[in-house]
Write a protein that binds this ligand. Structure first.
Ligand code: ADP
Ligand code: MG
Length: 593
């Protein structure tokens, strides 16, 4: 007998286990989803590593997940032929919080307690491996990593703060590679140990797993056998004098046990888009990215020709909880596959520019090598082409939201990702044409609802050449600025740039549909026709006041001038033609502090 080691759970795990066992009653069935997803991850890891280390596959070449159900004793055993765990990996993985989703769950649970709401969080987040204890009083994990020559057993119980690890010594329990998880169900949860129930859960929760999932099932087939005819029967048809015994065929059902495949393993992105419903796409999204909100939009496409790849992209729905860090996005939003082998979700930056880092999706390429690395991606011409196509598709998808009947969708989008697109105006000159129509601003004629540049242009006066804007820190301060007086009078619309990044974005764009963006706070703003006679008169009459003021103010101003831009205010401070606008100066100051 190998010695038994006792280990204590990390404090968070103990807390979580306590919660799982004592208070999370609803949605217990997610345990299966979590265990299957771990099995699928383990198979993915093995398949990926075996590309460069083929010997890892030795001993068991099938990559699959098998579920055995012992109805009588209420035991479910889930076995995968994946990467398994070494002794150290067991301790690291099944005694601490490894799962980012679990950490998210704990945080959300805390937030929801504070907010006093009682939402069904466990179904939304899942708690990874520990969700086994939603239904099991005892869990036994037996695992064999190809990196270790020993197989180890982990055992934990529902109401314990510790678990044990020992070496497997019973040859009957040896597996060539992978992990087998045995759940001894709680008395009230034994009903889960039913083949139909399990099959239903797999169909419900794990339909996007791309490895075969089998259950061990009793089956039957009917066969025909020849039997001697019953002598009583023979009598009835009045053939007693016939001594020959009659033969008769009879159908009987032969029972046997076998593995039954219960899932479809073709990845959703390989299916024909015509046969995939919006619900399928949304489900896939939620399961793949651990999201509980529906996406705002999705796009499924194949590109052929020079570079071949398939992809499904999503614009996430947005939770009030998590706005992303726009400058340093830590995303894992793009899952890269090569010929259906999952490679990594760490290459977002290589496949999308930073400002589109909020886009989620899967990309499956046939042209990249399986052992692709970041260095290869960065050098690759293929990736450059893919990136271009992906960006274009992402824009199409966003444009789709912007023209949807439901204006609210784009408002939600804009509120959450508008900043990203403005950052795009600064960082991605090449896509200005795609970015500009997606921008939204308040204006002097639309203070409540944001408008697009197209709407602005449509509303331009026949002789208006430029797009006017004023940058300020709020709509209220924008509309009270004296610069607006003449434009109001002439009924000219002015965009209110109230987000600090707005002005930088617009100055980067320079123009839209050949109309320049013009800052109405800059000197020598010209609106409409000039009246030279009048100007001359004014200069004669007020010139000396200007000189006097300039003398008094000295270096504080560059110059004092007569202007026709005001209506009721006596004077206004403007920026020089080539200088920073007042708003930019504010920004610069804010940055140097
Ligand atoms: P996550 O899957 O998000 O990492 P889990 O709590 O579900 O978190 O699992 C914790 C860790 O346990 C996994 O990251 C993995 O290292 C390990 N693990 C769980 N199940 C298996 C398995 N079937 N085969 C190999 N490793 C596993
Ligand atoms: Mg997991």
């Amino acid at each position: 007998e190998a010695p038994v080691e006792k280990h204590e759970y990390q404090a968070e795990v103990s807390r979580l286990m306590d919660l799982i066992v004592n208070s999370l009653y609803s949605n217990k069935e997610v345990f299966l989803r979590e265990l299957i997803s771990n099995a699928s991850d383990a198979l993915d890891k093995l398949r990926f590593l075996s590309v460069t280390e083929p010997h890892l596959m030795e001993g068991a070449s099938e990559l699959d997940i098998r579920i055995q159900i012992d109805q009588e004793n209420g035991v479910i055993t889930l076995t995968d032929s994946g990467i398994g765990m070494t002794h150290q990996e067991l301790v690291d993985s099944l005694g601490t919080i490894a799962h980012s989703g679990t950490a998210k769950f704990l945080k959300a649970l805390k937030d929801s307690k504070e907010a006093g709401s009682d939402s069904n969080l466990i179904g939304q987040f899942g708690v990874g491996f520990y969700s086994a204890f939603l239904v099991a009083e005892k869990v036994v994990v037996s695992t064999k990593s190809p990196k270790s020559d020993k197989q180890y057993v982990w055992e934990g119980e529902a109401n314990s703060s510790s678990y044990i690890i020992r070496e497997e010594t019973d040859p009957e329990k040896f597996i060539p590679r992978g992990t087998s998880i045995k759940l001894h169900l709680k008395r009230d949860d034994k009903a889960f140990a039913h083949p139909e129930r399990i099959e239903r859960l797999v169909k419900n929760y794990s339909q996007f797993v791309s490895f075969p999932i089998y259950t061990w099932q009793e089956k039957g087939y009917t066969k025909e056998v020849e039997v001697d005819e019953d002598p009583a029967e023979a009598k009835k048809d009045g053939t007693d004098d016939n001594v020959e015994k009659k033969k008769k065929t009879k159908k009987i059902v032969e029972k046997y046990w076998d593995w039954e495949l219960i899932n479809e393993t073709q990845p959703i992105w390989l299916r024909n888009p015509k046969e995939v419903t919006t619900e399928d796409y949304n489900e896939f999204y939620k399961k793949t990215f651990n999201e509980y909100l529906e996406p705002l939009a999705s796009s499924h496409f194949t590109t052929e020709g020079e570079v071949e790849f398939r992809s499904i992209l999503y614009v996430p729905g947005v939770s009030p909880m998590g706005k992303e860090d726009i400058v340093n996005p830590k995303t894992k939003n793009i899952r890269l596959y090569v010929k259906r082998v999952f490679i990594s979700d760490d290459f977002d930056g290589e496949l999308f520019p930073r400002y589109l880092s909020f886009v989620k999706g899967v990309v499956d390429s046939n042209d990249l090598p399986l052992n692709v690395s970041r260095e290869i991606l960065q050098e690759s011409r293929i990736v450059r082409i893919m990136r271009k196509r992906l960006v274009r598709k992402a824009f199409d998808m966003i444009l789709g939201i912007s023209v949807s009947e439901n204006r609210g969708d784009y408002e939600t989008f804009w509120e959450n990702f508008g900043k990203h697109l403005k950052l795009g105006c600064i960082e991605d000159r090449e896509n200005h044409k795609r970015l500009a129509p997606l921008l939204r601003f308040f204006s002097s004629q639309s203070e409540e609802e944001m408008i697009s540049l197209d709407e602005y242009v449509e509303n331009m006066k026949p002789d208006q050449k430029d797009i006017y804007y004023i940058a300020a820190d709020s709509v209220t301060s924008a509309k009270n600025t004296p610069f607006l007086e003449r434009l109001y009078e002439k009924d000219l619309e002015v965009l209110f740039l109230v987000d600090p990044i707005d002005e930088v974005a617009v100055t980067n764009l320079k123009s839209y549909k050949e109309k320049n963006f013009v800052d109405i706070s800059k000197e020598d703003l010209e609106i409409g026709e000039k009246n030279e006679e009048k100007e001359k008169e004014m200069k004669q009459e007020f010139g000396y006041i200007c000189d006097w003021m300039k003398k008094r103010l000295g270096d504080k101003v560059a110059s004092v001038q007569i202007s026709n831009r005001l209506k009721t205010s006596p004077c206004v401070l403007v920026s020089g033609k080539f200088g920073w606008s007042a708003n930019m100066e504010r920004l610069m100051k804010a940055q140097t502090v």
